[in-house]
Design a protein around this ligand. Structure first.
Ligand SMILES: C[S@@+](CC[C@H](N)C(=O)[O-])C[C@H]1O[C@@H](n2cnc3c(N)ncnc32)[C@H](O)[C@@H]1O
Length: 298
């Protein structure tokens, strides 16, 4: 546990793969509550840190936590995809961390609408400046597009049936709450709790969240731009929580590790993804689906 009840996932593994002992700049693309970031600046007095988050509330919490190291920390309320456009001395970068998805802080705030098991509005925006909400998607998107989202981003078997039913029900009564949506999903997917089975609402909520926050948009392009921008020996470490993201990271690293004009860009440091130990999952069930991949610029 690391201050404010938040447990950073795969903490020691992240610090090892980032190789945080070196003097220079470390970038935390998804600072959240500052769990990983705090350990980087605490353990290495010669590290400075640049952090990004779409979520202003999380960023304020991270700022508070990192206050003792404020002279070495710079935070941006921004999508990390704008990082390559910011004026930074890229030659000093030693490590880049992405810890993707949402934080426990977001999931545990019912008013944000991320959790299917808590009553809240259909929102799911990480950045409250974003115009697209879950409410808009569920009440306005076409049946075809809804079905595509449930299928592609949620890998839901009943994607078409659910989309059809949502469009039919919303003509009578708009969808307003997470509970209303969860109940419809449970009915259409004929949900019966079974050990080891994922709740279909988890898949549907994941799909909508990905669409609201455009989570897969240009992730591959970003990794590629960063791989070009960082200096030799800098490390990129990425944690994902679902197979769609993991696939993008794996394939992008693999592509950049293949000789390009007889010279590869990256060396892959994790032949297989690193996953949390049994003890970590027992202590923090949210770590259960985490996969870490790391690469070094060569
Ligand atoms: C899993 S949490 C990170 C937790 C963090 N490593 C810690 O230990 O506190 C992911 C965070 O990334 C943010 N996020 C997701 N996509 C983002 C993006 N494209 N740009 C910036 N922040 C993003 C979310 O708002 C969330 O706060």
């Amino acid at each position: 546990m690391n201050g404010n009840g938040h447990i950073p996932v795969l903490l020691e593994e992240v610090l090892e793969y980032l190789d945080i002992k070196r003097e220079g700049i470390y970038i935390d693309c998804t600072i959240g509550l500052g769990g990983h970031a705090y350990e980087i600046v605490k353990r290495n007095p010669k590290a400075s840190l640049i952090g990004f988050d779409l979520d202003e509330k999380s960023l304020l919490r991270a700022k508070e936590k990192l206050q003792p190291f404020a002279d070495r920390v710079e935070l941006y309320h921004s999508d990390f995809r704008y990082l390559p456009d910011i004026e930074i001395d890229f030659s000093k970068i030693k490590g880049v961390l992405l810890d993707l998805g949402m934080s426990s802080f977001q999931l545990d705030s019912p008013e944000r609408g991320f959790s299917y098991s808590r009553e809240g509005p259909l929102d799911m925006r990480m950045d409250l400046r974003n115009k697209i909400t879950a409410h808009k998607i569920i009440n306005k998107y076409s049946e075809h597009r809804l079905s595509q989202i449930f299928h592609e981003y949620g890998e839901l078997r009943q994607a078409r049936r659910l989309a059809r039913e949502i469009v039919s029900r919303r003509k009578v009564k708009k969808f307003e709450t997470t509970t209303q949506l969860r109940q419809t999903v449970e009915e259409i997917c004929r949900w019966r709790p079974q050990k080891g089975k994922i709740h279909p609402a988890a898949k549907v909520f994941q799909a909508i969240r990905i669409e609201v926050n455009q989570e897969l948009e240009s992730l591959s392009g970003f990794l590629e731009r960063m791989a070009h921008a960082i200096p030799k020996k800098a490390h990129i470490t990425a944690i994902s929580f679902h197979s769609l993201e993991d696939r993008i990271i794996k394939h992008t690293f693999a592509r950049l590790a293949i000789p390009e004009d007889s010279h590869p860009f990256l060396k892959i440091l994790t032949k297989k993804p690193v996953v949390p130990s049994k003890e970590e999952v027992e202590a923090n069930s949210r770590a259960r689906s985490a996969k870490l991949r790391a690469a070094e610029k060569i």
